[in-house]
Write a protein that binds this ligand. Structure first.
Ligand code: FAD
Length: 386
């Protein structure tokens, strides 16, 4: 059994490790020439961590993860704490601590575990095609590779998805630009073991710890992206967060523009067809979500485990295995996309009255409603059945 995986992001690498675990001959092809992920960090929620543990990376993941003991919401204007609560009830309910992890380190961990020398860098796939006995991928340099299965983990602008669906799709701008990076932990912004989120005017500023005494930070700026994406990032942030609390301005002061990313947030309506014969999509190629519940990457890791189980359970029948993978994943992943979209709308003042009500709820929150919501996102994957 030979599998070709297109894309060495967190989805493709998780899939490569998962398939290698059951003895599948795997080959990973990645268009970039080196490991340079866009974005600073991600929160790997407990469902994602369980997948990484399952892939044999429990110790490495824990070593890279930030420790979040508490979560808080802070009034973005006044700096007053709206609510603060322990993460422990969440950990108790789902049986695993979540870990915010720097992206480059997560990526390096996955690549090192799989074997860096087994990844074909600088190989851009330009076409993929199913066939009766094998699927074939064609690369920009004119070479081709055939395999029993081809897994398109080629991200949000996936060519594989276009092939599987029979045409291109249009992604939707979710209404905000996310500005993110890493800074040293700074208690002028938030406590070292807290996920602190400032909210006001339908915008967010957030810091959470990753390993090595650093905060992963992000700002959400609502509006037309054209005025936000270019120019001096500190000026842009000062303008959009004028009058915000001192902690927010401290963050703007200490961030390094050279390592700060600006990402227009888009998503895609869920779809159920993930497979065409021997070709399947995985990760953002299959479910491109806003990051509002921090589940896009976790969902990609869940895909990887589900794909392993589907191939394990249908030996010698690739077609049945891929359909079983699709059936196991499409509803769950689509549900997470829609959950994120709903949260995105509330957080970013799609209807300002709804957002004002949410701020009111945050002021009365003891943590239980928020934790219930997060647990609802975490449960439902292959390793966290409801
Ligand atoms: C601002 C932001 C914050 C986020 N925060 C979180 C979070 O907290 N938690 C979470 O779980 N998720 C989060 N996500 C989502 C997460 O980043 C994605 O879901 C995840 O990166 C998807 O992984 P992937 O491997 O499917 O795709 P990608 O990471 O996009 O990887 C795709 C890979 O395929 C390669 N590729 C593409 N086309 C080709 C081709 N034609 N040929 C060869 N190679 C190709 C690309 O170069 C890339 O390396 C966030 C996303 C954003 C934008």
């Amino acid at each position: 059994m030979k599998a070709v995986i297109i894309g060495a992001g967190m989805g493709g690498m998780s899939a490569a490790i998962a398939l290698a675990q059951i003895g599948v001959e795997t080959h990973v092809y990645e268009r970039v020439t080196e490991n340079k992920p866009v974005g600073a960090a991600i929160s790997v929620w407990s469902n994602g961590v369980k997948c990484l543990n399952y892939l044999g990376l429990a110790e490495e993941t824990a070593a890279l993860g930030g420790i979040v003991e508490t979560m808080s919401y802070v009034d973005g204007h006044t700096g007053a704490t709206m609510c603060r609560f322990s993460m422990q009830p969440l950990i108790d309910q789902v049986g695993q601590r979540p870990y915010p992890i720097a992206r480059a380190e997560l990526q390096s961990m996955l690549m090192a575990h799989y074997g860096m020398d087994k990844i074909h860098f600088g190989m851009k796939m330009v076409a993929v095609e199913d066939g009766p006995d094998a699927a074939v991928a064609t690369f920009a340099d004119g070479t081709t590779v055939s395999a029993d299965v081809i897994i398109g983990a080629d991200g949000a602008n996936s060519i594989t998805r276009e092939y599987v669906l029979g045409g291109p799709v249009t992604r939707r701008y979710a209404g905000y630009v996310n500005v993110n990076g890493l800074v040293p932990v700074d208690d002028g912004i938030g406590p070292a073991t807290e996920w602190t989120t400032y909210v006001a005017d339908g915008q967010r500023v957030s810091v959470m710890p990753v390993a090595g005494g650093r905060f992963y930070f992000f700002f959400d700026i609502v509006g037309d992206p054209t005025g936000i994406v270019g120019g001096d990032v500190k000026e842009t942030l000062r303008h959009h967060f004028d009058g915000w609390a001192p902690g927010v301005h401290r963050l703007i002061e200490i961030l390094d523009p050279a390592t700060t990313n600006r990402v227009e947030i888009l998503d895609l309506d869920p779809f159920d067809t993930w497979v065409k014969g021997r070709v399947a999509v995985l990760g953002d190629a299959a479910h491109n979500t806003t990051p509002d519940i921090g589940q896009g990457g976790c969902s990609a890791m869940e895909d990887a485990v589900a794909l392993q189980w589907a191939l394990r359970d249908h030996p010698g029948d690739v077609h049945a295995a891929l359909l079983s993978y699709q059936n196991a994943r499409s509803e769950r992943a689509g549900d997470l996309v829609l959950r994120a979209r709903r949260r995105c709308d509330v957080t970013h003042a799609k209807d300002p009255d709804v957002t004002a009500d949410w701020y009111g709820e945050l002021r009365k929150e003891d943590g239980s409603n928020i934790i219930r919501g997060i647990v609802g996102n975490i449960l439902g994957g292959p390793l966290t059945p409801p």
